[in-house]
Design a protein around this ligand. Structure first.
Ligand code: AMP
Ligand code: MG
Length: 497
C-alpha cells in the first residue's frame, strides 16, 4: 500500500559505500501513541503536521512502517568513551529514516531514537525509556530557543511496550532532527580499520554537506579541520555562558556539524561551581563544567588524528601534515576565548571593549562561586541592576554575603560610565544574553514524573511553553525562573539508556 505521508526524502548518506552503515527493517510493535508533535518544526521542514499525526504517520514515527522514499539505516561509528576507545559503537537504538530539505533549503537528518535493535545494538535492547526521551525533547528545544546550535525534537510516541531499566518503565521513540549525525567517532571508525579511502570519502561528504567553503580552499581538508574546530569552540563557549553541562562529551557524542548532540545526563547548573558534575557515571569529573573546553579540545585532537593521512598528502610531507594539524588545534583556544569573552561582555552589558573587562567578569564569577548563588538568576537580576542605579536589591540578596556583590558592583558601575548607551537599552540588550528561563533540573524531573506516573503530559506542555521564549519576562511564570528548594534539589542525573 502506498502511504499518504509525504516526507520527500532525498537521501545522501544512503548513497555512500555499504560499509558506512547497516540497513534496517521496520520493527513490529503495536500500540504506538503520539504524545507530542512539534508542528512548528514540522512546517519548517516542509512536513504536514496533520499527516504526521495520522495513523500512518504515527506508525512511521514509531519505526513500524517505512515511509515512501525512506531508506532506514543505522550509521557505523566508533568512539572514545570517557577516554577509552571502542572500535565499534554505531547506532544501537536509532534509525536514520532519511534526509529532508527544509523551507530554508537546508538538509536535515530525520532519525528515530529508541525504535528497536540494530546490528550495532551489542547487549542493548535498542529501545528508549519515556523519561530520557522527554528530557531530550525538553532540553534540546530549550537550547534551540536559547540560540544554541542543537539537534531538534520533532515528535515523541510511546511504543505501548515497557522497557526494563532500573525499574520497568514505558518505552518511547523520539524523532530527532539534526544537520547530520556525523560525529568525531564516525571518522574514528574508519581510522581504526586503517581505511584511508573511507576517511577520504567521509571527509569529502562532510565538506559537501557542512563546509562547502572548504571545497574552494587551497587545502580543503585543512579547511575542514579548521571549520569544525571553530564551530565547536563557539558551541562550547555558548554552553559555558549559559551554565550548561553536557555530561557525556565522548567523541561519539561530538558532532561534526557543530551542533549539541546526545542529551543524556546533561544539566543546567544552578548554584555556580566550576567543578560541577551531574552525571552519575562521571566519577572523575572528566566532563565537569569547567573541563568542557579541554574535553572538546581533546576530542578535536582525535578528529585531527583521523584526518592526518589526508593532511599529510595535502601538505606534501609527514612533518607538514602534522604541523598543519597542530596549527589548527592551537586555534581552538583563540576561538573559544573570543566567543566566551564577547558573550561575557554581553552578559555584563558592555558594548565596548576594554582590557579589564574579562577580569571584571572573572571577579564576579569568583564571588558567585564563594556565595553559591544561582548562575542564571544572578545574571538575569543583573539586568535589573543595569536598568536603574538603585536596582541592585534583587541580585545582591542572592549573595549569602551581599557585601561581596557590593564591592564588585562599584567597579562594574564605574566601567559602565565608559558606555554611551542608555540604562534602559543596556538592560534590554542584557536580557537577550541572560535568560530568565532554563530547563531547571527539578522542573524537568517533575514533568517526567507526571508523564510517567500519571500519564499527565500537561506539565510537559506548560514547561515547553515557558522555555520557548527564554529571554522574555513573564511575571506569571515566576516559579519557573527560581532555583530548586532544598527538598526538590536534583544533584545527580542519569543516562537512563
Ligand atoms: P549514548 O550513551 O546514548 O551516546 O550511546 C552510546 C552507544 O551505546 C551508542 O552506540 C548507542 O547506540 C548504544 N546504546 C545506548 N543505549 C542503547 C540501547 N538501549 N540499546 C542498544 N544500544 C544502545
Ligand atoms: Mg551517543
Amino acid at each position: 500500500m502506498v502511504g499518504r505521508v509525504r516526507f520527500n526524502f532525498t537521501n545522501s548518506y544512503a548513497q555512500l559505500p555499504e560499509r558506512f552503515y547497516a540497513r534496517l527493517v521496520p520493527s513490529s510493535l503495536s500500540g504506538a501513541r503520539l504524545v507530542k508533535l512539534n508542528s512548528r518544526l514540522a512546517e519548517e521542514l516542509g512536513l504536514d503536521p496533520a499527516e504526521l499525526a495520522s495513523k500512518e504517520g504515527i506508525e512511521i514515527l514509531a519505526g513500524n512502517r517505512v515511509a515512501a522514499g525512506s531508506e532506514p539505516l543505522a550509521m557505523a561509528y566508533a568512539g572514545h568513551q570517557f577516554g577509552y576507545f571502542v572500535r565499534q559503537l554505531g547506532d544501537g537504538r536509532t534509525n536514520l529514516l532519511g534526509e529532508v530539505i527544509g523551507r530554508d533549503g537546508v538538509r536535515s537528518d530525520i532519525q528515530l531514537k529508541g525504535s528497536g535493535p540494530t546490528p550495532f545494538s551489542r547487549n542493548g535492547d535498542g529501545r528508549a525509556a519515556l523519561g530520557p526521551v522527554l528530557r531530550e525533547y525538553i532540553v534540546s528545544e530549550a537550547m534551540a530557543a536559547l540560540g544554541v546550535p542543537t539537534t531538534r525534537a520533532l515528535a515523541v510516541v510511546t511504543t505501548g511496550q515497557s522497557v526494563v531499566r532500573e525499574t520497568v518503565v514505558p518505552g518511547a521513540v523520539l524523532t530527532r532532527v539534526a544537520a547530520s549525525h556525523l560525529r568525531v567517532g564516525t571518522f574514528q571508525f574508519f581510522l581504526a580499520q586503517g581505511d584511508v579511502d573511507g576517511i577520504r570519502t567521509l571527509a569529502d561528504y562532510t565538506i559537501g554537506r557542512h563546509y562547502p567553503e572548504a571545497a574552494q580552499a587551497r587545502h580543503p581538508y585543512r579547511a575542514l579541520l579548521h571549520g569544525v574546530i571553530q564551530r565547536q569552540a563557539r558551541l562550547v563557549a555558548q554552553w559555558m555562558l549559559l551554565g550548561f553541562i553536557h555530561g557525556v562529551m565522548n567523541t561519539d557524542n561530538t558532532s561534526i556539524s557543530g551542533e549539541t548532540i546526545d542529551y543524556g545526563p546533561c544539566a543546567f547548573m544552578e548554584e555556580y561551581d566550576p567543578r560541577k558534575v551531574f552525571s552519575s557515571i562521571d566519577h572523575q569529573g572528566r566532563y565537569a563544567y569547567s573541563n568542557q573546553p579541554n574535553a572538546m579540545h581533546w576530542n578535536l585532537t582525535r578528529l585531527a588524528e583521523t584526518l592526518l593521512p589526508l593532511l599529510v598528502k595535502e601538505e606534501g610531507s609527514d612533518e607538514a601534515g602534522l604541523a598543519s594539524a597542530h596549527h589548527a588545534l592551537e586555534k581552538f583556544g583563540l576561538h573559544f576565548e573570543a566567543a566566551r569573552n564577547a558573550g561575557m561582555r554581553q552578559k555584563l552589558g558592555l558594548t565596548t571593549e576594554y582590557g579589564e573587562d574579562i577580569a571584571l567578569a572573572d571577579d564576579l564569577l569568583k564571588r558567585m562561586a564563594e556565595n553559591d548563588v544561582d548562575y542564571t538568576l544572578t545574571f538575569r537580576r543583573l539586568c535589573d541592576a543595569a536598568a536603574m542605579t538603585d536596582g541592585d536589591q534583587g541580585v545582591r540578596t542572592l549573595f549569602a554575603n551581599p557585601a561581596d556583590y557590593d564591592a564588585w558592583e562599584k567597579t562594574w558601575r564605574l566601567r559602565l560610565t565608559k558606555e554611551s548607551i542608555s540604562p534602559q537599552d543596556r538592560a534590554t540588550q542584557m536580557r537577550q544574553a541572560n535568560p530568565a528561563f532554563i530547563p531547571r533540573n527539578h522542573l524537568v524531573e517533575a514533568v517526567l514524573r507526571a508523564a510517567i506516573d500519571r500519564q499527565d503530559f500537561q506539565p510537559f506542555e506548560d514547561l515547553l511553553d515557558v522555555l520557548a521564549c527564554p529571554y522574555d519576562d513573564r511575571p506569571s511564570m515566576d516559579r519557573y525562573s527560581i532555583p530548586a528548594g532544598p527538598e526538590e534539589y536534583v544533584s545527580k542525573t542519569f543516562c537512563g539508556t
